[in-house]
Each structure stands twice: as structure tokens, then as C-alpha cells.
Design a protein around this ligand. Structure first.
Ligand SMILES: Cc1cc2nc3c(=O)[nH]c(=O)nc-3n(C[C@H](O)[C@H](O)[C@H](O)COP(=O)(O)O)c2cc1C
Length: 387
């Protein structure tokens, strides 16, 4: 959701009517609670002990659709991490095939691998050790079995340096600063050989305009389809106390919606409408209008293994971009497999060339320069460990 704009207009009116002054709103705590983002300090230097917990402390900083953090690990076998998907943390309406959830397990596995290398460990990753998930749904079987073993001389990866600085950035970008060809090349190299990537900059005016238009239309569909927008509404964490308690989902810390929520005037049980809907659409459109480039990643097929590979490649590209001072903001709506998006799904696959290759578009993002963005919440590591 485009949380910043949420209820700004409506909120002003309602709060005035409720007699809450600007001073009252200004006094509400709006910064991210320290405990919610404590994980971003990392585990510190490794001084012995269970290396699995050390590498997991980095893996859990991975990007995940809706910040759901559906990773669940079993540590009962020595030196082995068995990775499962927490089936309570899915997005059945916006991610009906759990494709994005599996991409989000790929991002986790990649950061885990990078962190293991830093410790001189080899991470042998076997995907789907008890069989591959069905194309339509996940189940209780593991996503991956990761065996860690010492390997002197294992290659470290310079991308690891950017793991704690990588953050999704949804704000306006500097429209006047184009993404240089050298950065596009660095992102392509970081993504690696398992995926096909593409890029369109605003110097390609007509093409970039088509990207913008699809992003805007797809966002409007998501926001005006009750069951898909409600999936986001249920994941809203409003105000510092809720953000600190849940440490997942969509953090909303702007003073107006927080004030409305305290007054019992923020209706999270109904889709946004009227002025509130308008404000959210305009906010998204304004951000998209500032975008100097669109970058995407597709895979030759849409197997579960390809989805994991897409996640690994995505986070590698984002790490490379982070190192170059560039921000990423995924635009997943048109890539989603629910019927209302079908026409835009086809349109973005055609526009990026994925359709003519018979490929599946796995990630599509805005990329550009923007003021730095702070970290998003993470649950404590212990919450991910099932045994
Ligand atoms: C598969 C996938 C899809 C995503 N889609 C969107 C999206 O459509 N819009 C968005 O704002 N962020 C999207 N994100 C970014 C997540 O919301 C973000 O990773 C999460 O909130 C954690 O924040 P962080 O990346 O700053 O750590 C996506 C991330 C992944 C891995």
C-alpha cells in the first residue's frame, strides 16, 4: 500500500471534527520503534557458537512480499538448516500460486549463502528435498535443506557488504537523474545467468510511458478489488505499539492515520473509498511519475525452482544497486495471477519481451536515486525457529 498518503485528506477533516489539534497529532510518536528494526544491526562479529544462527541473522533481512517473513527453520539436525514455509503467512488473494512467497524464499537462501561464505562455510542447498510443491499451492514439506560445512578458501562475495543497507524504497525518485548504463550492467551481472533481465529508462520516452501506465492501472485494480486490497489492510500495523508487537506486514507510522486509529476512525475492515482512495491513487501515480527507470527479471519457465532462482537473482541485483546508491521498488500488481489483472499481466509480459520468449516475468521494479530509506521491521530470529 502507499501508506504515506493514506487518509491524509479525510484524516484532516475527521480529526478536526473530533477536536484533536495539530499539536496533538504532532506529539504522536512516528519514528520506527528501535526493537522492531534491531535485527538490522546484525549479529556482530562471529566469535564461535552455532554458525547457523549467525547466518540466519542475515538471511532474515531478505526482502519478502508484504514483509510477511514466511520463513520457518528447523535446526534439530546438527549443521543443517531445514527451511519451511510458514503456511499461515501466505497471500492467497494477491499471490494465489504462492509464486511471490517462493521468490521470497529465494531471497532468503541467497543472503544465507552470502553470510555462510563470510564465515568460510559452504552452504549446500538442496531444494525441495521431500519433493517439489504443486504449481498451484505450497504444503508442509520443506523448501530446502541447507548443510553448512567448513571450506577453507570459499569465495566471499562483495555483495555481502550491502546486506544491511538494502531497503525497499517506495518514495519519489530523482526524475532528473537517469540510471547509468554501467549500473544497468552491474545489476545484470549480479543477477547472474539463471534469469533474463531488462531495463527501460526514461530516455526511451514512449516505452517508459507504457511501463508507467501499466503500473498505474494495475495499482488501481489492486486497490479497487475488495479482496486484494483487504489482504493489505489486514497486514497494516498502525502506530509504534503495533509495529513493535508484530514486526512484519505494512508499517503505518504517519501521524494522521495513527491519530485516526486512536480515535477509532480508521476503518481497517472496509476497502478505501472516496477521497481516501483518490489520495492513495494520486500518491502512487506521483511516485511512479518520478521514476527514471524500470528494471525486470524473467525466467524461462515458472517452475518452483525457477521462482527460487528469481528470488536469488533479484536480491543480488538489488544489493548491487544498493552499492551504487540506487533504490528499488517492486511493482508486483500486474504480475499477479488473479483474474482482474489478466489483461495487464499480458500487457507487461508483451512490453518486456517476456511473452515472445515464452518466459514468466518474476519481478518488475522502479529503479532510481532517492533519499535514503530506513529499514523495515523484522521479527526476532527466535520467532523463525520451529525447533
Ligand atoms: C516477491 C516480492 C514482491 C514484492 N512486491 C512488492 C510490491 O508490489 N510493492 C512494494 O512496495 N514492495 C514489494 N516488495 C517489497 C517488500 O514489500 C519488502 O521486501 C518488505 O516490505 C521488506 O522490506 P525491505 O525490502 O525494505 O527489507 C516485494 C518483495 C518481494 C520479495
Amino acid at each position: 500500500m502507499q501508506r504515506r498518503q493514506l487518509l491524509r485528506v479525510l484524516g484532516g477533516t475527521a480529526i478536526a471534527a473530533a477536536g484533536v489539534g495539530a499539536a496533538g497529532i504532532a506529539s504522536l510518536p512516528t519514528s520506527m520503534p528501535a526493537e522492531a528494526v534491531a535485527a538490522w544491526q546484525g549479529p556482530g562479529a562471529y566469535t564461535g557458537g552455532d554458525a547457523r544462527r549467525h547466518v540466519l541473522s542475515y538471511a532474515m533481512l531478505a526482502p519478502h512480499a508484504h514483509n510477511l517473513q514466511s520463513w520457518s527453520v528447523d535446526l534439530s539436525e546438527p549443521d543443517v538448516i531445514m527451511l519451511y514455509c510458514d503456511l499461515e503467512r501466505l497471500l492467497p488473494h494477491t499471490d494465489p500460486l504462492s509464486r511471490q512467497v517462493l521468490i521470497s524464499h529465494g531471497t532468503f537462501l541467497e543472503l544465507l549463502d552470502l553470510a555462510a561464505r563470510e564465515l568460510g562455510l559452504r552452504a549446500d542447498i538442496v531444494l525441495f528435498p521431500q519433493g517439489v510443491f504443486h504449481a498451484q499451492a505450497l504444503d508442509a514439506r520443506p523448501v530446502a535443506r541447507i548443510a553448512l560445512s567448513p571450506q577453507p578458501g570459499v569465495a566471499r562475495d562483495p555483495l555481502f557488504a550491502h546486506v544491511r543497507a538494502r531497503h525497499t524504497n517506495r518514495s519519489a525518485y530523482d526524475a532528473t537523474r537517469l540510471v547509468p548504463a554501467s549500473a544497468v550492467d552491474a545489476m545484470r551481472r549480479a543477477a547472474g545467468p539463471d534469469v533474463t533481465v531488462g531495463f527501460v529508462g526514461t530516455d526511451q520516452t514512449a516505452l517508459a510511458a507504457q511501463h508507467r501506465e501499466i503500473a498505474i492501472q494495475a495499482w488501481q485494480i489492486e486497490l479497487t478489488t475488495p479482496r486484494t486490497v483487504m489482504e493489505s489492510m489486514h497486514l497494516l500495523r498502525v502506530g509504534t505499539a503495533e509495529v513493535a508487537t508484530h514486526r512484519d506486514g505494512i508499517s503505518l507510522l504517519d501521524p494522521l492515520p495513527v491519530a485516526l486509529d486512536r480515535l477509532g476512525m480508521l476503518d481497517r475492515k472496509a476497502p478505501p473509498e472516496g477521497q481516501n482512495l483518490e489520495v492513495q491513487l494520486k500518491g502512487f501515480n506521483a511516485s511512479v511519475a518520478t521514476t527514471p527507470g524500470f528494471w525486470w527479471l524473467n525466467t524461462a519457465n515458472n517452475t518452483r525452482a525457477a521462482q527460487i532462482a528469481a528470488g536469488r537473482a533479484y536480491v543480488r541485483a538489488q544489493l548491487a544497486a544498493t552499492g551504487l546508491g540506487l533504490s528499488f521498488h517492486p511493482l508486483s500488481q500486474a504480475l499477479q495471477e488473479y483474474p482482474e489483472q489478466a489483461a495487464l499481466y499480458q500487457a507487461i509480459h508483451a512490453l518486456t519481451g517476456a511473452a515472445s520468449l515464452g518466459h514468466t516475468l518474476q519481478m518488475w521494479v522502479r529503479v532510481g536515486y532517492a533519499p535514503a530509506k530506513g529499514p523495515s521491521p523484522r521479527r526476532p530470529l527466535q520467532a523463525l525457529i520451529r525447533s
